[in-house]
Design a protein around this ligand. Structure first.
Ligand code: 5AD
Ligand code: SF4
Length: 343
């Protein structure tokens, strides 16, 4: 397959995407995704610091190690001071975005989170991305007013029946409406899928890619499923790295200006898979700055936060790998360029 390279958003049909997922056009697909990513981001890879401040979760997703039904997790909550210390570590390295992530932990009241956002904005010149799950509309509004810049709410799949099979007690329509509400509040908004979730067919994944691309999102995430032994999906096969790369490449062509992270689940499955994803559509890496004492307990899937090195060493080795591929780590806020490239 060949076509002139273009920076306009590609429009692929479900059938075309299924063709891409088959792997028959990998050379073309990866070449194009690399070209578009280079053109839009000028070989820069945005670095975000993530602070996973609580691994408590009221949800019970079948794929996730932090599910409430898993009694073998050592649960933790960071204090405000601990969170601010981690943000300070990120800012001291000159990194321009902090991602605050937790399970659906309602012990952190809306007001407490709003105060934290205000304090971070007072003390540091840094963009704030929230990834706090299914919070109420008025809470999302309060945090936006407090200064939060971005919000990530992954659907994992936009197929309602697959969603229901994977996320018991989570309401598909409510979550989708929440995602649209977040966008309406002026957050740079992100969503995404887990590729190869048990039960996910090519048809479902292709439809998910189209839905994600039609939503005009600023951030798009895809990463392979990894079976966690303490979940109902323990016996299912891990996802495929190449397939996740195909998805990031397709998403890039359909959303040239969106930020697409190379997820840590890739690195768990294959040592160089995360860096390779940067040549196949991805343009963001998010090292964890969760404090060493609890870092290992944010065990969403096996291998997550398993590194034994200190954060500064981990960041240094990420930078080296980025440079090894002829790319440059970029510490700026790295706002979405979605509006620059629409068809
Ligand atoms: N495999 C891969 N990704 C997972 N996530 C949760 N569980 C798994 C798993 N078993 C993803 C979810 C969540 C992100 C932090 O990790 O998409 O949003
Ligand atoms: Fe909770 Fe998120 Fe894990 Fe679901 S995926 S159990 S909402 S932390």
């Amino acid at each position: 397959m060949s076509a002139p390279s273009s920076l306009l958003a590609a429009k692929f049909s479900q059938q075309q995407i299924i063709e891409f997922l088959s792997g028959k056009h990998d050379e073309w697909l990866f070449d194009q995704a690399k070209y578009v990513t280079q053109q839009v981001f000028n070989n820069q890879v945005y670095i975000r610091g993530i602070v996973e401040f609580s691994n408590h979760c009221r949800n019970n997703c079948h794929y996730c190690g932090l599910r409430s039904g898993n009694r073998q997790v050592s649960r933790y909550r960071l204090t405000d001071v601990e969170i601010l210390d981690a943000v300070s570590d990120i800012a001291q390295l000159g990194i321009g975005t902090v991602v605050l992530q937790s399970g659906d932990d309602w012990q952190y009241s809306a007001e407490k989170i709003a105060k934290l956002i205000e304090k971070i904005k007072q003390d540091f010149d840094i963009a704030i991305t929230l990834s706090l799950g299914d919070r109420k509309h008025h809470e999302l509004k309060l945090w936006r007013a407090a200064g939060a810049d971005r919000y990530l709410l992954k659907m994992e799949s936009f197929n309602q029946s697959l969603f229901n099979q994977c996320r018991p007690h989570s309401d598909f329509n409510e979550r989708l409406a929440r995602l649209k509400y977040i966008q309406s509040l002026g957050y740079q908004t992100g969503s995404g899928v887990i590729t190869d979730l048990p039960g996910m067919t090519d048809e479902i994944l292709a439809a998910d890619i189209i839905t994600l691309s039609n939503m005009a999102l600023d951030m798009l995430a895809c990463g392979p499923f990894i079976a966690h032994p303490q979940t109902p999906f323990a016996q299912h096969a891990n996802g495929d790295v190449l397939r996740s790369h195909r998805v990031s490449a397709i998403l890039r062509l359909m959303n040239p200006g969106a930020n697409i992270p190379a997820t840590s689940s890739l690195a768990v499955l294959q040592p160089n898979a995360r860096e390779l994803a940067l040549m196949r559509g991805c343009n963001v890496i998010m090292p964890s700055f969760t404090p060493a004492g609890v870092y290992h307990n944010y065990n969403i899937y096996p291998g997550k936060n398993a590194a034994t090195k200190q954060v500064t060493q981990r960041v240094a080795s990420i930078f080296e790998q980025i440079q090894h591929h002829g790319l440059q780590p970029n510490l700026s806020r790295g706002d979405s360029k979605r509006n620059h490239y629409v068809s």
